[in-house]
Design a protein around this ligand. Sequence first.
Ligand code: PMP
Length: 428
Amino acid sequence: MSTSAELHKRRIAAVARGVGSTISAYVDHAQSGTLTDVDGREWIDFASGIAVTNVGNAAPRVVAAVREQVEKFTHTCFMVAPYESYVSVCEQLIDLTPGTFEKRAALFNSGAEAVENAVKIARHATGRQAVVVFDHAYHGRTNLTMALTAKNMPYKHRFGPFAPEVYRAPMSYPLRDGSLGGSGLSGAEAARRAIDVIEKQVGAGNVAAVLIEPIQGEGGFVVPAPGFLPAIAAWTAEAGAVFIADEIQTGFCRTGQWFASEHERLEPDLITTAKGMGGGLPIAGVVGRAELMDAVHAGGLGGTYGGNPVACAAALAAIETMRELDLAASARHIESVLVPALREIAENDAGIAEVRGRGAMIAVELVRPGTIEPDPVRTAAVSKACHEAGLLTLTCGTYGNVLRFLPPLVISDADLDRGVAILRAAFQ
Ligand code: PMP
């Protein structure tokens, strides 16, 4: 077997430079809370392949279901010759997402593709064009989703022109709105600020959809102030527009509920899902109000691989695992271990401005002591120290100054504690 160093050499000669990797070690195998690289080194996994392996890597039910399906048939294209598992995954999406109204669902391959389709559906159903998104948002890397994403580097730089009719409103960002400790903007005030921008710059009657991550992922694990999301959702309904929750990163038990919308009792008109849904196989979905989903003419939605049978089998097995192991409760348990430990680290570290997040989606934001000026240099240094000690962490945030933790929901307490100990040392 090749070493990581040998593989890295081959990679440089074969893989486009534009595709980056967080670490330079190459993976050999992985389980519930750890990865083992080709050099035999073990890594504690606080990344889950960016919030994907919620049920763990090579989760037993997922492996068995994939194996069984792949021997029966690998692909027919649901648009050509349909099969039961696609229908079953749609039924699960309908059942698990908030909202008791009649729903329909459709399946795709990636998060970006789900977002593109949610926008298509909203535009088609409303006959309007404008899509409102928020500061710090991340929705993908395709042309439309680059337009929907806020951050230039590395996602958009020199990749324009971008799709038109996308408008950006200010987000509720408690740390940077100065509302920690009760001063600054409340959720309602931050919503008013955003709605003012939408009404003045777009016009309520032009809005097809308001698209938002209930907790922003790549943008910095930004949890909006309480009341912000319900106020935006209420305004959207009044405007006759479609409220789309992008739950691609927050969905499937990650935040301690099946979907993060539940924390604020939201019932989004449409929800986009991907990542954790497939237990590691590529699958995504759009689920929501039947009258919106069914507004689109037959043949208007689809794709060759969307809801591939192997990916559907994996999704059904992943969902069953989440139900049987109550992984939403596991996410809450992870929060109850991580947050106090991080708060303790933060107490002795003036460079940590905030510990935030929900469930197993937790982050710390790093600043220059005594200010809220972002400190991306130290963030990268702490992350690197974690990697050197065998803890796989990721950074995020518009300013690159947020260290985020996304362990698999099945991680053991022992691995979680080992990860926390590495973090503590890395901050020192
Ligand atoms: N939306 C959100 C909220 C995401 O976090 C991501 C992926 N990080 C996407 C969309 C895009 O998903 P994908 O990479 O599967 O296209």
